[in-house]
Ligand binder design. Sequence first.
Ligand SMILES: Cc1cc2nc3c(=O)[nH]c(=O)nc-3n(C[C@H](O)[C@H](O)[C@H](O)COP(=O)(O)OP(=O)(O)OC[C@H]3O[C@@H](n4cnc5c(N)ncnc54)[C@H](O)[C@@H]3O)c2cc1C
Length: 390
Amino acid sequence: MATNPAEVLGLPKPAWAADEVGMLYDMAVRFMSEEIFPRYDEFEKNEIFDRESWLKAGAAGLLCASMPEKYGGSGGTFAHESAIIEAIGHVGVDGFGIGLHNSIVAPYILHYGSEEQKQMWLPKLATGELIGAIAMTEPGAGSDLQGVKTRAEKDGNHYKISGSKTFITNGQLANLIIVVTKTDPEKGAKGTSLIVVETDEVEGFQRGRNLDKIGLKANDTSELFFNDVRVPTSNLLGHEEGKGFVQLMQQLPQERLQIGTGAIAMIERALALTIDYVKERKAFGKAIIDFQNTQFKLAELKTEATIGRVFYNDCVARHIAGGLDPVTASMAKYWLSDLQGKVVDECLQLHGGYGYMNEYPIARMYRDARVQRIYGGTNEIMKLLIGRSL
Ligand SMILES: Cc1cc2nc3c(=O)[nH]c(=O)nc-3n(C[C@H](O)[C@H](O)[C@H](O)COP(=O)(O)OP(=O)(O)OC[C@H]3O[C@@H](n4cnc5c(N)ncnc54)[C@H](O)[C@@H]3O)c2cc1C
């Protein structure tokens, strides 16, 4: 797919998709089509990517596109990250965890890291030498992040970290993990701190199971265990302890918007593939698209996809200008991921039995789409946040 399927919707380019963002999108589509797509079945079967793909993505300039050039990045904005995530979605290699690495993990280090931390970690994240993860969720704390039990106890000029995390994206490959810990369990949210663990440098860190999921098979979503893991106190993000919750709240809008990016990209791909399919497939002597039901369904889906793209583009424009509020980001996450589930389900239906066969891309999209309503804060939590603002 050389051109952006958003063009299927007949939309003009948004202002933020300047020429250089468009060029990055084309390059990312080429990279994903040539380097990742041919091996994607293998990654799905192994339930993990290989490091080589990350290093290749780094060499191609697809890691840390929005980090400053002085730290090894490309000096772009979220528009550049969006172009890369859209390329992943449009080519259909959704399990490649570079979106989280680029627009969630790296920004924490850029925004809260000391100069020394930025110089130490960002260039290696940009090459793929370090693969990033963020470990918030625990077996006993998902939606209710204040219930995190992982403890970081000060011991001289070190922290001793103990606890377990689960559902962590890139969990088997990651060697730089931002861990949500309690530095002062008495203080609840105000006792929460983010601490970076470089897994190659520590003892007591163990990776648990690479979890058996229904979708996003190519991603190594895992359990992680910290048994008195000692890291220098200088691995704390931010100048003082207890700022973790505020840092998380400040970064969550971008994480939520990024889930919207994956959603709109998959919606557009599902629609483009389905329109092609119903033109080819015949029943009762005519093409499936000639049935009025098909036309009405596709008319509805295309309308909603267009509304979704316009809303998404507006969110990106606002975010780049520094004005995307957490409530609108929650709306984008919830509404676009709900729409994704609906569009993919209807598109699968229009494929008939073939839609249920794994050899058709719509089947994988159906499995991959489901989690979008769950992670990054469930859609119920998004509605809670929106409701509270009214
Ligand atoms: C594939 C995958 C990748 C993930 N990647 C990461 C990652 O990289 N890092 C990370 O830290 N976490 C990650 N997660 C975890 C994810 O963010 C959590 O699963 C999610 O936040 C929900 O938490 P939970 O699973 O504990 O569900 P629970 O909190 O137990 O929720 C169960 C149900 O109750 C509902 N519910 C809970 N509270 C309320 C409420 N107050 N009002 C109404 N309804 C409520 C929820 O909406 C949900 O429907 C990932 C999860 C998956 C599946």
